[in-house]
Design a protein around this ligand. Structure first.
Ligand SMILES: Cc1cc2nc3c(=O)[nH]c(=O)nc-3n(C[C@H](O)[C@H](O)[C@H](O)COP(=O)(O)O)c2cc1C
Length: 194
Protein backbone atom coordinates (compact mmCIF):
# COMPACT_ATOMS: atom_id res chain seq x y z
CA UNK A 1 0.00 0.00 0.00
CA UNK A 2 1.32 3.46 -0.89
CA UNK A 3 2.21 5.73 1.97
CA UNK A 4 0.09 8.80 2.61
CA UNK A 5 2.83 11.41 3.06
CA UNK A 6 0.51 13.87 4.80
CA UNK A 7 0.09 11.55 7.76
CA UNK A 8 2.58 9.74 9.97
CA UNK A 9 2.23 6.00 9.60
CA UNK A 10 2.13 4.30 12.99
CA UNK A 11 2.52 0.53 13.06
CA UNK A 12 1.12 -1.42 16.01
CA UNK A 13 2.80 -4.74 16.53
CA UNK A 14 1.76 -7.18 19.23
CA UNK A 15 -0.60 -9.73 20.66
CA UNK A 16 -0.68 -13.34 21.79
CA UNK A 17 -2.13 -16.63 20.58
CA UNK A 18 -5.29 -15.77 22.52
CA UNK A 19 -7.99 -14.66 20.04
CA UNK A 20 -9.31 -12.28 22.75
CA UNK A 21 -5.83 -11.07 23.57
CA UNK A 22 -5.78 -8.28 26.14
CA UNK A 23 -2.36 -7.33 24.76
CA UNK A 24 -3.83 -6.77 21.31
CA UNK A 25 -6.82 -4.93 22.76
CA UNK A 26 -4.50 -2.58 24.67
CA UNK A 27 -2.51 -2.01 21.49
CA UNK A 28 -5.68 -1.27 19.51
CA UNK A 29 -6.75 1.36 22.08
CA UNK A 30 -3.37 3.09 21.79
CA UNK A 31 -3.48 2.94 17.99
CA UNK A 32 -6.91 4.54 17.99
CA UNK A 33 -5.49 7.52 19.84
CA UNK A 34 -2.84 7.84 17.13
CA UNK A 35 -5.50 7.56 14.42
CA UNK A 36 -7.66 10.18 16.14
CA UNK A 37 -4.63 12.48 16.20
CA UNK A 38 -4.27 12.13 12.42
CA UNK A 39 -2.08 9.08 11.88
CA UNK A 40 -2.49 6.32 9.35
CA UNK A 41 -2.31 3.16 11.45
CA UNK A 42 -1.97 -0.56 10.95
CA UNK A 43 -2.47 -3.28 13.55
CA UNK A 44 -0.20 -6.26 13.04
CA UNK A 45 -1.90 -8.29 15.74
CA UNK A 46 -2.34 -11.79 17.08
CA UNK A 47 -3.56 -13.50 13.89
CA UNK A 48 -0.70 -12.11 11.80
CA UNK A 49 1.89 -12.86 14.47
CA UNK A 50 0.68 -16.47 14.45
CA UNK A 51 1.09 -16.58 10.64
CA UNK A 52 4.80 -15.79 10.88
CA UNK A 53 7.08 -18.82 10.69
CA UNK A 54 10.15 -18.73 12.91
CA UNK A 55 12.35 -16.10 11.33
CA UNK A 56 14.77 -17.59 8.75
CA UNK A 57 13.34 -21.09 9.23
CA UNK A 58 12.32 -21.40 5.57
CA UNK A 59 15.19 -21.55 3.06
CA UNK A 60 12.69 -20.34 0.42
CA UNK A 61 12.53 -16.98 2.20
CA UNK A 62 9.75 -14.97 3.84
CA UNK A 63 6.09 -15.85 3.44
CA UNK A 64 3.55 -13.17 2.47
CA UNK A 65 2.87 -12.19 6.09
CA UNK A 66 6.59 -11.82 6.74
CA UNK A 67 7.05 -9.66 3.65
CA UNK A 68 4.09 -7.50 4.67
CA UNK A 69 5.55 -7.01 8.14
CA UNK A 70 8.93 -5.93 6.79
CA UNK A 71 7.30 -3.50 4.35
CA UNK A 72 5.17 -2.04 7.16
CA UNK A 73 8.29 -1.54 9.30
CA UNK A 74 10.02 0.18 6.38
CA UNK A 75 7.09 2.58 5.96
CA UNK A 76 6.67 3.31 9.65
CA UNK A 77 7.16 6.76 11.17
CA UNK A 78 6.54 5.31 14.60
CA UNK A 79 5.84 1.94 16.19
CA UNK A 80 3.87 0.73 19.17
CA UNK A 81 5.07 -2.65 20.37
CA UNK A 82 2.93 -4.72 22.75
CA UNK A 83 3.94 -7.98 24.42
CA UNK A 84 2.72 -10.09 27.29
CA UNK A 85 5.24 -10.75 30.02
CA UNK A 86 6.12 -14.41 29.67
CA UNK A 87 8.46 -15.71 32.38
CA UNK A 88 9.46 -12.17 33.10
CA UNK A 89 10.26 -11.10 29.55
CA UNK A 90 8.99 -10.56 26.00
CA UNK A 91 7.05 -13.51 24.51
CA UNK A 92 8.60 -15.67 21.82
CA UNK A 93 5.76 -14.84 19.44
CA UNK A 94 6.39 -11.09 19.62
CA UNK A 95 10.18 -11.49 19.62
CA UNK A 96 9.92 -13.61 16.48
CA UNK A 97 8.17 -10.71 14.75
CA UNK A 98 10.86 -8.35 15.99
CA UNK A 99 13.49 -10.69 14.53
CA UNK A 100 12.03 -9.97 11.08
CA UNK A 101 13.29 -6.38 11.43
CA UNK A 102 16.72 -7.86 10.71
CA UNK A 103 15.62 -7.79 7.05
CA UNK A 104 16.14 -4.02 7.14
CA UNK A 105 19.81 -4.28 8.19
CA UNK A 106 20.97 -3.25 4.71
CA UNK A 107 18.40 -0.49 4.21
CA UNK A 108 19.24 3.19 3.98
CA UNK A 109 17.26 3.56 7.20
CA UNK A 110 18.66 0.68 9.20
CA UNK A 111 16.33 -1.16 11.62
CA UNK A 112 14.25 1.39 13.58
CA UNK A 113 16.79 4.17 13.25
CA UNK A 114 15.28 7.39 14.58
CA UNK A 115 11.81 5.94 15.09
CA UNK A 116 9.81 6.59 18.27
CA UNK A 117 8.70 3.29 19.75
CA UNK A 118 5.99 3.08 22.39
CA UNK A 119 5.94 -0.01 24.58
CA UNK A 120 3.03 -1.86 26.20
CA UNK A 121 3.26 -4.91 28.44
CA UNK A 122 0.48 -7.02 29.91
CA UNK A 123 1.09 -9.54 32.67
CA UNK A 124 -0.79 -11.28 35.46
CA UNK A 125 1.10 -9.38 38.12
CA UNK A 126 3.36 -6.34 38.37
CA UNK A 127 6.82 -7.86 38.54
CA UNK A 128 6.86 -9.08 34.92
CA UNK A 129 5.60 -5.74 33.60
CA UNK A 130 8.79 -4.00 34.79
CA UNK A 131 11.27 -6.64 33.63
CA UNK A 132 9.52 -7.06 30.28
CA UNK A 133 9.46 -3.32 29.66
CA UNK A 134 13.20 -3.19 30.45
CA UNK A 135 13.87 -6.04 28.01
CA UNK A 136 11.83 -4.34 25.31
CA UNK A 137 13.66 -1.04 25.82
CA UNK A 138 16.95 -2.90 25.35
CA UNK A 139 15.65 -4.44 22.14
CA UNK A 140 14.54 -1.06 20.80
CA UNK A 141 17.92 0.44 21.66
CA UNK A 142 19.67 -2.44 19.85
CA UNK A 143 17.54 -1.61 16.81
CA UNK A 144 18.48 2.09 17.02
CA UNK A 145 14.95 3.13 17.92
CA UNK A 146 13.89 5.63 20.55
CA UNK A 147 11.70 4.16 23.29
CA UNK A 148 9.21 6.79 24.40
CA UNK A 149 9.58 8.04 27.99
CA UNK A 150 6.38 6.26 29.04
CA UNK A 151 6.16 2.48 28.82
CA UNK A 152 2.78 1.09 29.83
CA UNK A 153 2.71 -1.84 32.26
CA UNK A 154 -0.72 -3.41 32.69
CA UNK A 155 -1.75 -5.96 35.27
CA UNK A 156 -4.40 -7.73 33.20
CA UNK A 157 -5.13 -10.48 35.72
CA UNK A 158 -8.48 -8.97 36.65
CA UNK A 159 -9.90 -9.30 33.14
CA UNK A 160 -10.08 -5.57 32.52
CA UNK A 161 -10.28 -5.92 28.71
CA UNK A 162 -13.50 -7.02 27.01
CA UNK A 163 -14.73 -6.46 23.45
CA UNK A 164 -11.98 -3.93 22.77
CA UNK A 165 -12.82 -1.84 25.82
CA UNK A 166 -10.67 -1.38 28.90
CA UNK A 167 -12.59 -0.98 32.15
CA UNK A 168 -9.69 0.71 33.96
CA UNK A 169 -9.61 4.43 33.17
CA UNK A 170 -6.05 4.83 34.50
CA UNK A 171 -4.88 2.22 31.99
CA UNK A 172 -6.79 3.95 29.18
CA UNK A 173 -5.07 7.19 30.07
CA UNK A 174 -1.64 5.55 29.94
CA UNK A 175 -2.43 3.98 26.56
CA UNK A 176 -3.47 7.37 25.23
CA UNK A 177 -0.31 8.96 26.61
CA UNK A 178 2.06 6.46 25.04
CA UNK A 179 0.38 6.92 21.66
CA UNK A 180 0.64 10.70 22.00
CA UNK A 181 4.36 10.38 22.75
CA UNK A 182 4.86 8.24 19.64
CA UNK A 183 2.96 10.82 17.58
CA UNK A 184 5.09 13.66 18.95
CA UNK A 185 8.25 11.67 18.19
CA UNK A 186 7.13 10.92 14.66
CA UNK A 187 6.57 14.61 13.89
CA UNK A 188 9.92 15.53 15.42
CA UNK A 189 11.58 12.88 13.30
CA UNK A 190 10.06 14.32 10.09
CA UNK A 191 11.29 17.77 11.09
CA UNK A 192 14.82 16.53 11.77
CA UNK A 193 15.11 14.67 8.46
CA UNK A 194 13.93 17.59 6.30
C1 LIG B 1 4.10 -19.05 28.99
C2 LIG B 1 3.53 -17.99 29.90
C3 LIG B 1 4.35 -17.35 30.79
C4 LIG B 1 3.85 -16.35 31.61
N1 LIG B 1 4.68 -15.74 32.50
C5 LIG B 1 4.20 -14.75 33.28
C6 LIG B 1 5.07 -14.08 34.19
O1 LIG B 1 6.26 -14.37 34.31
N2 LIG B 1 4.53 -13.10 34.96
C7 LIG B 1 3.22 -12.73 34.88
O2 LIG B 1 2.79 -11.83 35.59
N3 LIG B 1 2.38 -13.33 34.00
C8 LIG B 1 2.85 -14.34 33.21
N4 LIG B 1 2.01 -14.96 32.32
C9 LIG B 1 0.67 -14.43 32.15
C10 LIG B 1 0.65 -13.54 30.90
O3 LIG B 1 1.39 -12.37 31.10
C11 LIG B 1 -0.76 -13.26 30.49
O4 LIG B 1 -1.26 -14.51 30.02
C12 LIG B 1 -0.88 -12.23 29.42
O5 LIG B 1 -0.59 -10.95 29.91
C13 LIG B 1 -2.27 -12.22 28.88
O6 LIG B 1 -2.22 -11.57 27.64
P1 LIG B 1 -3.29 -11.91 26.51
O7 LIG B 1 -4.66 -11.67 27.09
O8 LIG B 1 -2.95 -10.91 25.46
O9 LIG B 1 -3.11 -13.32 26.06
C14 LIG B 1 2.49 -15.98 31.52
C15 LIG B 1 1.66 -16.64 30.61
C16 LIG B 1 2.17 -17.64 29.80
C17 LIG B 1 1.25 -18.32 28.81
Amino acid sequence: MAKNDDKPFILGLGGTTNPFSSTEQALAIALKTAADAGAETELFGSAKLCALPHYRSDPAGLNETGKALVEAVRRADGIILASPGYHGTISGLVKNAVDYIEETAGDERVYLDGLPVGLIVTAYGWQATGSTLAAMRSIVHALRGWPTPLGVGINASGGIFKDGVCADEAVNEQLRLVAQQVMRGSHRRQYLTQ
